[in-house]
Design a protein around this ligand. Structure first.
Ligand code: GN1
Ligand code: CA
Length: 164
């Protein structure tokens, strides 16, 4: 019955608090972190949380909507991550990459830093019709498409982390 009376979060919280208090004296061996669960309605993969919006949007609006929720447009950093998203969320989605500022200079961001990982499909980015400045990802890789396309949106945020 004790289990029912004490929610798991509370128990974890209390244990964490005790550990933190024990560690305030600067004991190096105490350095650690606990990875928490993603908020309700967000899916977890490693230390990231994802949520697909209910509507397909143009790239700039997708970007803004994610920021409004305290997150950023998804920016996969590996093939494994892309596979997770394609299999568990949606087969095609905007990513946080554009060459809107300088044509031909692609800027990909995860909300804090630039991202080096690239996964363009063969022949992409090709700036088709001279008006493709935003990138979308699918199973076979990335493509640049017109930014006003209405495409599925996945937002990402870091999973909660407790460092002590
Ligand atoms: C599509 O429709 P088409 O074939 O001209 C795509 C381009 C790709 C191209 C690859 C709006 O262009 O971005 O580079 O296929 N256009 C759209 O063959 O998705
Ligand atoms: Ca293209």
């Amino acid at each position: 019955h004790l289990k029912k009376m004490l929610p798991k979060r509370l128990v974890v919280g209390l244990i964490s608090l005790c550990l933190m208090i024990r560690c305030t004296s600067g004991n190096e061996r105490c350095g650690a972190s606990i990875r928490g669960a993603c908020p309700l309605a967000w899916s977890q993969w490693g230390d990231k949380c994802y949520k697909q919006l209910s509507e397909n949007l143009p790239w700039a609006e997708a970007n803004q909507e994610c920021i409004k929720m305290g997150s950023v447009l998804v920016m996969p950093q590996s093939q494994e991550e892309t596979e997770y998203l394609v299999k568990n969320m949606i087969y095609y989605f905007w990513i946080n990459c554009s060459d809107l500022q300088v044509e031909g200079t692609w800027v990909c961001q995860d909300g804090t830093t630039g991202v080096e990982y690239r996964n363009w499909r063969d022949g992409e980015p090709n700036n088709g019709g001279g008006r493709e400045d935003c990138a979308a990802a699918g199973e076979s890789g990335w493509n640049d498409v017109p930014c006003d396309d209405l495409s599925p949106v996945i937002c990402q945020r870091p999973a909660p982390q407790l460092h002590f």
